[in-house]
Design a protein around this ligand. Structure first.
Ligand SMILES: Cc1cc2nc3c(=O)[nH]c(=O)nc-3n(C[C@H](O)[C@H](O)[C@H](O)COP(=O)(O)OP(=O)(O)OC[C@H]3O[C@@H](n4cnc5c(N)ncnc54)[C@H](O)[C@@H]3O)c2cc1C
Length: 469
């Protein structure tokens, strides 16, 4: 592991504080370590000494995919992190050739796409990143400390520090800083704190999806070699709502997730309900893979009520010296796997805003954050709003976009070029407009769903594939 401190690329100030020590906070603190002499990371939980569950991140028991763009940024912040993840048991696998994916009514073609992602548990990912941050000499960790308020200048136009307390009460402490970053997740209290300081209430958009996740880890059965490393059985939206995923994770284990939209989830966290639900997926392969496998722990349930976006970019007034990152700004339906990667984009944007000078950096940042969220927000909510039951304002042209999106999914069933484009957009390597190039539009207009091979199970790796899975 590297223990060097990256030399500050700009001198934005002497001290920055990040509160919230999950993925958004860790990445933001890593970025700020290059711009401030000292960075303090404040976390309410005691940090466990290993890849172990903690209270503040209950979602860590569930499948977490870090998109390729997110991984690239993480590796820019912490050079060598890929190798450290691999040493911890992660594997970087091609997201098309190694995944058996059923979607839009057919098994997807499998070929070498050139896009790879880490197959690793969220617990291990966060642990590796946290160790890396802890190794930076100018980063100071304060766990078991809760942020309870902002300190401001007398005229309240600038945040000048953070008030802390041990969770549950006790003596308050004030830390002074030139920059305070809120990475405290969906439950962030910045909206209320700003309102109490005389600022308008930030506008918030919510789209209720009532997504349910149930996850369990299994030991990979001896001799279980199905020819894929991950399995994804996706519903045809909006006709179906149920999905299932198996992700291979470190130590030869399978992380199995079943769930769905609009209340579609196992009735309870017991064996029978979990297996019964898995049996009701559009294809039997997930059920077949786990029905006799050995569970290595309990079933974890997570209910995600709504997508939530806070429009800090629209506030007419906002204090200097404060930035909000990660789920505290925007928390997406987890099915689309965008949360950590947009947090990475925000951490990167914060660094870029600081590079052009500390003055006005946080005002520039909140505008940038608002812009960079547009694409991912559109991608996530377009899927959710396809359900007639989901309430929310449909953007102009939504019906047409939805029609196009469905036909694009049919095209992806047999057209390698479309599939490549789709995964590159999904992994944030290309903008969504790549799906609307003249070539793609022509293919979508002449789509032939009957060309998708109707195989009874996952397709074999295409002979044309240039590299092995
Ligand atoms: C079921 C589920 C599955 C998901 N799957 C994916 C996926 O596949 N891919 C993906 O990219 N994203 C996924 N996400 C989203 C992802 O988990 C988050 O986007 C990611 O953790 C970044 O969030 P965050 O760091 O902003 O906040 P969180 O992860 O919520 O962490 C907030 C942190 O702040 C701490 N905290 C809170 N209040 C205070 C306080 N007052 N003082 C100090 N500390 C405080 C908490 O203890 C916690 O450590 C999923 C989410 C869920 C719910």
């Amino acid at each position: 592991m590297s223990s060097s401190t990256p030399s500050p690329s700009t001198s934005a100030g002497t001290h920055a504080i990040v509160y919230g020590g999950s993925m958004a906070g860790l990445m933001s603190a890593g970025v700020l370590s290059r711009h401030f002499e000292r960075v303090t990371l404040v976390e309410r939980d005691p940090f466990p000494n290993g890849p172990m569950q903690r209270k503040g991140v209950p979602q860590a028991q569930h499948v977490h995919g870090l998109l390729t763009r997110g991984m690239d940024i993480l590796a820019d912040i912490f050079p060598g992190i890929r190798e450290e993840l691999v040493a911890a048991g992660a594997e970087f696998l091609d997201v098309v050739s190694t995944v058996a994916a059923f979607g839009a009514g057919s098994w997807r073609r499998r070929f070498h796409s050139g896009v790879s992602a880490a197959s690793v548990s969220r617990l291990m990912l966060e642990w590796v990143v946290r160790q890396r941050l802890q190794s930076l000499a100018n980063v100071h960790i304060r766990d078991e400390r809760e942020a309870v308020g902002l300190k401001t200048s007398g005229d309240r136009t600038r945040v000048t520090g953070l008030l802390l307390q041990a969770p549950g009460g006790g003596q308050e402490e004030t830390l002074e800083a030139e920059l305070v970053v809120d990475a405290s997740g969906r439950g962030s209290r910045t909206p209320q704190w700003l309102e109490a300081l005389g600022y308008p209430r930030v506008e918030e958009t919510r789209i209720h999806v009532n997504v349910g996740y149930a996850s369990r880890i299994y030991r990979k059965p001896p001799g279980f070699e199905p020819g894929w490393r991950s399995l994804a059985i996706s519903p045809e939206l909006p006709k179906q709502r149920r999905l299932g995923i198996i992700q291979g994770i470190e130590d030869n284990r399978l992380l199995v997730l079943v769930g769905g939209w609009l209340g579609e989830a196992p009735a309870s966290a017991d064996d029978a309900a979990f297996l019964e639900f898995a049996r009701g997926l559009a294809q039997p392969h997930l059920y077949e893979a786990i029905k006799n496998a050995e569970p290595l722990g309990p079933i974890h349930i997570y209910r995600f009520a709504h997508n939530q976006r806070r429009h800090y970019e629209r506030m007419p007034r906002f204090p200097e010296g404060l930035a909000v990152v990660g789920d505290a700004v925007c928390s997406f339906n987890p099915i689309y796997g965008q949360g950590m990667s947009t947090a990475a984009l925000q951490a990167e944007a914060l660094g870029e805003c600081l590079r052009s000078g500390a003055r006005g950096a946080t005002q520039r940042y909140r505008q940038r954050a608002g812009q960079l969220l547009e694409g991912p927000w559109l991608m996530a909510t377009a899927g959710d709003l396809a359900f007639p039951e989901v309430e929310g304002k449909r953007p102009p042209g939504f019906g047409l976009m939805n029609w196009y999106g469905n036909r694009f999914q049919q095209l992806v069933g047999y057209d390698e070029e479309a599939m490549r484009t789709f995964v590159r957009v999904q992994h944030m390597m290309e903008p969504p407009t790549a799906m609307f190039s003249p070539r793609m539009v022509l293919k979508v207009l002449t789509v032939r769903p009957d060309k998708a091979a109707q195989t009874p199970g996952p397709q074999p790796l295409a002979a044309s594939s240039t590299r092995a899975a």
